[in-house]
Design a protein around this ligand. Structure first.
Ligand code: DAH
Length: 341
């Protein structure tokens, strides 16, 4: 029995040396110390020994058991910590490693200008209004006091579709849509796209942007128009900006004017942007024509209003030093990427 016990111990040591996983170690434990294990069998048979043999064999068997248990335990621990170390190494995340760069988009220069204008007018108490770009002839022309045979229609030749639909030539159509729904006081601006059948060149595009403004209330005068638009110009282009109103004609305003601002590039001395005149034209404005109010059931005896419509491409181009309008619509990211802010 003694030899058997020593052989078991040796075999255990040998087998452990080649047990490379915790599972293999466990298998070995079961084969030696499990219910039907080799050592268990011997421990059980100790009872059959004579009293002179039993104490010495008992002691040896116990020593072998403790030895094997200790070695199994040490082997299991070593393997587990090796496994954990391997897993840690494999799953290690280097938080200092550079991330995958994500390409950030940026706003179109026109969007930058529109956002800025909206903010400015909201600050002056205006609401933002919207209307469709595919518009009924009625809103684009007729309700703006431009009847079917009016020469103003020639100047704003556009794209016509069946059913009295046109691509709107001016954001002025939004004036009508607002007055149709809401009674005075009205104080809105409406930025958006407009269309005319113009040939493309450095300063013309069949699609372009305008911002429309409309104020209707009791006791509104041309003085309100001038004061408000002068304040707007100073806020947009700087305190020193001067404004100038030249008489003009639009079917939907009476009186009508064209508004210029002192050149925001040279301050009025004369440069390329203002073509040496010192002034830059922003667009049209005027007192809302009584016919226009009347068509929307607003009594021109009780209410008056002023309106304006400015083109935005020129504003954006001057602001960012863009010399060709085509760049605004080509959507070349090499160009658009320059307006990150
Ligand atoms: N809609 C006009 C245009 O495109 C501009 C304009 C002029 C708008 C006078 C107005 C206005 O609201 O009062 O040429």
């Amino acid at each position: 029995m003694k030899e058997e016990l020593i052989a078991i111990r040796e075999k255990a040591d040998e087998s452990l040396a080649s047990a490379l996983t915790p599972e293999a170690v466990e298998e070995l434990r079961v084969s030696l110390l499990g219910k039907k294990g080799e050592l268990t069998r011997i421990l059980k048979s100790l009872g059959g020994l004579g009293p002179e043999e039993r104490p010495a064999m008992g002691q040896l068997a116990n020593e072998v058991r403790l030895h094997i248990e200790a070695r199994l335990d040490a082997a299991r621990r070593a393997l587990l910590s090796k496994e954990r170390a391997a897993r840690l190494a494999e799953e290690r995340i280097d938080v200092t490693a550079p991330g995958t760069p994500r390409q950030m988009g940026c706003r179109h220069p026109m969007t930058i200008v529109i956002d800025e204008l909206k903010e400015l007018f909201i600050g002056m108490g205006f609401e933002i209004a919207e209307g469709p770009e595919v518009e009924l002839d009625y809103y684009n022309f007729e309700a703006l006091n431009i009847p079917a045979n009016h020469p103003a229609k020639d100047e704003q030749d556009t794209f016509y579709a069946d059913g009295g639909l046109v691509l709107r030539t001016q954001t002025s159509s939004v004036q009508i849509r607002v007055m149709e729904k809401k009674k005075p006081p009205i104080k809105i601006v409406a930025p958006g796209k407009c269309y005319r059948s113009d040939a493309v060149d450095a300063t013309h595009s069949p699609v372009f942007h305008q911002i429309e403004g409309l104020v209707v209330d009791r006791d509104i005068t041309m003085g309100d128009l001038k004061g408000s638009l002068d304040l707007f110009a100073k806020q947009l282009f700087g305190e020193d900006t001067r404004t100038r109103f030249r008489p003009h004609h639009f079917p939907f305003t009476e009186p009508s004017a064209e508004m210029d601002v002192s050149c925001f590039v040279c301050g009025g001395k004369g440069c390329r942007v203002c073509k040496d005149s010192g002034w830059v034209e922003l667009g049209g404005c005027g007192m809302v024509h009584p016919n226009v109010l009347r068509m929307q059931n607003i009594d021109p005896e009780e209410y008056t209003g002023w309106a304006f419509g400015f083109g935005l491409e020129r504003m954006a181009m001057a602001r960012f030093g863009i010399s060709d309008m085509r760049l605004m619509f080509e959507n070349d990211v090499r160009f658009l990427g320059q307006f990150k802010r």
